[in-house]
Each structure stands twice: as C-alpha cells, then as structure tokens.
Design a protein around this ligand. Structure first.
Ligand code: GLU
Length: 319
C-alpha cells in the first residue's frame, strides 16, 4: 500500500435531499482523503429506479458545492473511470456476475422474499437474516419447474470461512460468513443488481483505496470483501463513522425534515457552523465553534473519532 495514491469516494443514493447524517459521513470521507493528499470521487448510486430521481442527483451536486466538499472525478466533471452513475454501469455488473458464475458460486433463487431489500443499502437495525438455503441444492429439473412460475433472483454461495478486517474506527471485525451472513442476492428477480455487487465492482474498477461511510453499513462489509476476493480484487481499507441519533437514541434519518440540507440552509446555517457542530459532537473540538474545512483537515484523526452514536439535540435546529 505504500506510496499508493489514496482514492476515496462519496456514494450517495439520489433518493432524497441530503440530511445531516449524510453530510457527516461525507465530511469524514473527505477529511480522511484530503489529510492524505488523495483524490475524491463522486458516484451516484441510483440502481433502484423506483426511488432515485435526477432532481435529487442534481441537488446533491449543488449541495456538495455549497458545502465545499470538492471532488476530482464525478458525473458532472468526468474522469478516467467514467461513467460515475450506476445506472450507466449495468454491463460491468453483468460481467462481474459472469466471472463469479464461472466459479460455480451463483445459483438461481425462487424464494419469494422481498428482493427489494437487497438492492437498497441495508442499514443497521434492519434484520437481514441468514438465508436458509432452500434453493441452494435444487437440481436442474427442479429449477426448470420453478422457472415456469417465477423469475429467479441470483444468489452468491457464501464460503464456509471466517472473514476479518481492521476497520479504521471500529477496529477488528470478524464474521463466520456462512452462519452469520449467509448466501446473499447479487441480482434481484426483476434484473436489478444488488447494492452489494455494484458497490464492489465500482469501487474496484474506480481504484478506490478507502471506503468511508456510516456505521449502518459496517455489517455489509464482510459481504463486500468476499466479493472482492471472488472477483480477484484487492479490497480497500474501510472506515465507518458513528451514526447521528436524537437525544432519545433514535436514529436520525430522512424522517427528520428539519435536518435536511434545504431546511438547514433556510435556517441560516453556514457550512462552517455545521462542521463545528459535527466535529464538536464527535469529540474533535472542546466547544462548538465555526470551523473551516482547512482547519478541520488539521484537527482530523481517526484516533480521535468516537465509536458511540453521536447524540444531536434537535432543538438546536429550531432557529
Ligand atoms: N449508496 C449508499 C447509501 O447512500 C452508500 C454506499 C456506500 O457508501 O458504500 O446508503
């Protein structure tokens, strides 16, 4: 890894206006890359066509500009690994599936699960469950009979081994893959590739060396690492950031409209005030003050980052 160029990314799903939680994860991804003099990429994760909208993608680009979170490669500025929009990269996901299929690691799955959950980034608290393997051992004849009634999803056959990695924030993470994670979907029955597959293919092909995102995706990392291995790519370094929660411990999400960037802007918040608030809550500052991104780069260090959720007082935002 020595002397390797650091490449990080923002990978938002354009399914709504950015909220403070997204901004927080992006801030840390940006600070970590900038601190190391690396390159930042913006990639739109719009595979789920029922939820993604162009207006949200445009808004994200505008919001990142307002925040000053710059990137060198992305949908609006291009780059050596274009396109930076998942909807335009489906052929890469098909090619990767073929590569895995040739290793005998895929099988059709006719189970009527809510396949939708697979393409959405699974977030902490959603019980993804371990697939019980009903379709794993079907014979070709059995598959034919089922195929007459239902289009199958495609599942990845999880190997029986342990996966361990060192998270930049949460330290050593290990999982008994077969028992704790299980076979997972790479392509839904409606043909849409799963987040787990697309994110790995894109990060690998775009040369991403560092993936920083919310702790809700920590448990997805084992699935992604095993795909890196199956596809013959070196996995990146992973760093997960604590989630924002209300004082009641409930997770902040798109439900909290007051924390979407439009509301925050209208409420008179400046980017510098937002950085000050977030970095204070995360333990980087001993009192809340406005801080520029340049100053934030200087004080940022993974060693100082909290692992507990960050409790944010919603009243703070009632301006
Ligand atoms: N697109 C995902 C989301 O917005 C993030 C994926 C990632 O950073 O790996 O939840």
């Amino acid at each position: 890894m020595e002397n390797q160029e650091v490449r990080g990314r923002f990978a938002p799903s354009p399914s709504g206006r950015m909220h403070l939680g997204n901004v927080w994860a992006m801030l840390v991804a940006w600070l970590s890359v900038r601190k190391q003099g690396g390159t930042m990429i913006l990639r739109m994760e719009d595979l789920d066509i029922s939820r993604s909208k162009q207006v949200f993608a445009d808004q994200i680009i505008e919001d990142l500009k307002w925040l000053g979170l710059t990137y060198e490669e992305g949908p609006d500025c291009g780059g050596a690994f274009a396109p930076y929009i998942q909807d335009q990269r489906r052929q890469y996901y098909e090619n990767a599936m073929q590569q895995v299929r040739e290793q005998g690691l895929l099988y059709p799955c006719y189970c009527s699960r809510k396949d939708l959950a697979a393409v959405r980034a699974p977030h902490r608290g959603e019980n993804i469950g371990v697939y019980p393997g009903f379709c794993r051992g079907l014979t070709v004849d059995e598959q034919k009979i089922r195929a007459e009634k239902k289009k199958p999803a495609t599942r990845f056959l999880m190997p029986d081994k342990e996966d361990c990695f060192q998270d930049l924030n949460y330290g050593l993470q290990c999982s008994d893959l077969k028992r704790e994670v299980g076979d997972f979907i790479l392509r839904r029955a409606d043909g849409i590739h799963a987040y787990q597959l697309a994110v790995v293919v894109d990060d690998a092909l775009m040369g991403v060396t560092e993936v920083v995102r919310g702790a809700d995706l920590l448990s997805s990392t084992h699935r992604q690492r095993i795909l890196y291995e199956a596809l013959g790519y070196e996995p990146p370094v992973f760093g997960h950031v604590p989630l924002l929660v209300g004082r009641d411990g409930r997770r902040m999400s798109k439900r909290f409209q007051s924390l979407d960037l439009g509301q925050l802007k209208d409420g008179g918040w400046t980017p510098e005030e937002l950085w000050g608030l977030l970095l204070f809550e995360a333990g980087f500052l001993d009192h809340e003050e406005s801080i520029t991104l340049q100053e934030a780069i200087e004080i940022f260090s993974w060693d100082l980052m909290k692992i507990e959720d960050l409790q944010i007082d919603l009243q703070h935002f009632e301006r």
